[in-house]
Design a protein around this ligand. Structure first.
Ligand SMILES: Cc1cc2nc3c(=O)[nH]c(=O)nc-3n(C[C@H](O)[C@H](O)[C@H](O)COP(=O)(O)OP(=O)(O)OC[C@H]3O[C@@H](n4cnc5c(N)ncnc54)[C@H](O)[C@@H]3O)c2cc1C
Length: 513
């Protein structure tokens, strides 16, 4: 039964609950973890006054200091500006939104929060899976820092903290260069890069953070530092995969581009003999050159309460730096198994072709869990994945098990060279489901149970490590899974650059003990 009044996420993601860090008590971690509920905390031991206790005079002072607008709950633009992409977290409204236009605005906002003991988080694109850019305190929105500048001499592109993929694509569309990027227009390039950044070109050119050469970052003391291979080297190391929101507010990113020419993009769906198709596809992809980047989805669509209508389709999207004929050769064994239900394959200039694989992704409610896969995704793994896809109980949305192909250039960097530790995988397995606000509490809870069960069932076929860009509040050991052997160094850097722990959210890295 559908209860339209009940739209809260049922298996309430436990981002606010303590996760364990080796050697640290749950209580200790709780102290270090931002409470995403009703209390905003800044400072090591001082629970801050809830932001509404801040005087109107202080709010006014902040408004006067910023060059961009300060939005308060009564402002007409407030509600839309507060909305995250994952509407499961839309009930956690901030006390104010500082819409920063300059790095100085960001500095002023951080210093104001410290002075007034108001908790805060940073927001760029707003696509955090786990609502990490939501707060009851001040939302520091860097969306106004949205310039993109390409330097022909160095081949580098300078990207403001608020630049989304839409703006990046538009700025580079007339040039034959690219950086590692995702496909969703609204995602912040900075948020994407700070957590590693996996795109279709990563097998050829490494993860997004491998191509970061410099970043400006506002620290806990309100100062701006430039971190690179020469300056602030620890901070730079941490910004290359350590995850957004942990070490400061990055205001600018300089990224190394690579040359691009014509490519072949593809979006192909098979509905007949999906198991045999997926098996042939995995074998074909395993032999494919690093010029091919792809994601295979086992997509389960089950209308609510209609399990008899459940179906699993295999969908492959991606791109090949090579001609259409080469792609057809690679996929020939798959087409031999069964004809595609839908097939779009297009060859043309790089940026024009991105339109085929890019997505709008309007705000929605969703959950996802990930795990890197260190070996072949073999027949038993595929059987288990199909079994789970067929068990999805159904929501008003849909569910998928997705395999993003990794390896090659991603694994050519040593795990300790940057904070992005995941350097030995072949695939990233991501299981997701979406639901509607009109889905009943029970429906959403059943889908959440399915997600957790799928995660457990698939664990034996995976390796270590979860993707920090796909923040997963249900992970008990999130720090080990996101950062592995790099966690100790990240904690030391956190303690050094943010001794009072002002940059906090549900899974922020705790400082060293
Ligand atoms: C539909 C969907 C598809 C995705 N696809 C991919 C993909 O293909 N590859 C991939 O790698 N990831 C992907 N992601 C994950 C995405 O890259 C991360 O969630 C990323 O952190 C989002 O950045 P954002 O700026 O849009 O989000 P926000 O919610 O604004 O920020 C995410 C986190 O980064 C922090 N942050 C943002 N900007 C800054 C900054 N300037 N300085 C400091 N901290 C900052 C925020 O405080 C928050 O903790 C996807 C996510 C979704 C929901």
């Amino acid at each position: 039964m559908t209860d339209a009044s009940d739209n809260s996420p049922v298996s309430r993601p436990s981002a606010s609950e303590p996760s364990t860090v080796s050697g640290v008590t749950r209580r200790g971690v709780l102290d270090a973890v931002a409470v995403l509920g009703s209390i905003a905390i800044v400072g090591r031991a001082t629970p801050l006054a809830a932001a509404p206790a801040v005087s109107e005079r202080s709010w006014k002072q902040l408004a006067q200091t910023l060059s961009g607008p300060l939005l308060r709950p009564d402002d007409a633009a407030f509600r839309a500006a507060a909305r995250p992409n994952n509407l499961a977290y839309d009930d956690r409204l901030p006390a104010g939104i500082a819409r920063c236009r300059t790095a100085e605005d960001v500095q002023a906002a951080v210093l104001w929060c410290r002075e007034n003991e108001v908790g805060f988080v940073t927001r760029a694109g707003g696509y955090s899976y786990a609502g990490h850019s939501m707060t009851r305190g001040l939302l520091i929105d860097v969306g106004g820092l949205n310039t993109v500048a390409f330097d022909k001499q160095t081949g580098r592109v300078s990207v403001g903290a608020g630049v989304t993929h839409r703006e990046l694509f538009a700025a580079l569309s007339r040039r034959e260069v690219s950086v590692i990027h995702g496909r969703v227009y609204g995602i912040g390039v900075g948020g994407f890069t700070l957590g590693g950044g996996l795109g279709y070109d990563a097998r050829l050119h490494g993860v997004g953070s491998d191509r970061l050469v410099e970043t400006d970052i506002v620290g806990a003391d309100g100062k701006i530092r430039t971190a690179s291979a020469k300056n602030q080297t620890d901070l730079f190391w941490a910004c290359r995969g350590g995850g957004g929101g942990n070490f400061g507010i990055n205001t600018q990113f300089v990224l190394d581009t690579f040359a691009v020419a014509d490519i072949t993009t593809f979006d192909i769906t098979w509905s007949d003999r999906p198991e045999a198709v997926a098996d042939a596809l995995l074998k074909a992809l395993a032999k494919a050159p690093d010029r091919l980047g792809s994601k295979m989805r086992l997509r389960s669509v089950t209308p609510e309460n209609r399990p008899e209508q459940r179906s699993v389709h295999v969908r492959l999207t991606g791109q090949l730096h090579g001609p259409r004929e080469e792609l057809l050769d690679i996929l020939a064994p798959v087409f031999a198994v069964g004809p595609a239900l839908k097939r779009t394959i297009r060859n043309g200039p790089y940026w024009e072709n991105q339109r085929l694989v890019a997505e709008q992704r309007a705000p929605d409610r969703y959950r996802g869990r990930s795990r890197f896969v260190a070996k072949d995704f073999d027949a038993p793994a595929l059987d288990a994945a199909f079994r789970q896809a067929r068990r999805f109980p159904g929501t008003g949305g849909e569910a998928s098990l997705k395999l993003l192909q990794t390896g090659e250039a991603i694994n050519a960097v040593r795990p300790e060279d940057t904070a992005f530790v995941h350097r030995g995988s072949r695939w990233l397995l991501m299981t997701t489901f979406s639901y509607r606000g009109s889905d009943s509490r029970r429906t959403v809870a059943a889908a959440g149970d399915w997600l957790d069960e799928t995660y457990e069932v698939m664990l034996p076929y995976c390796g270590k490590g979860a993707f920090q860009n796909m923040s997963d509040p249900a992970l008990d050991d999130c720090y080990e899974q996101y950062y592995g052997a790099n966690l100790a160094r990240l904690r030391e850097i956190k303690a050094a650059v943010d001794p009072d722990g002002v940059f906090r959210f549900g899974q922020s890295i705790p400082g060293a003990r």
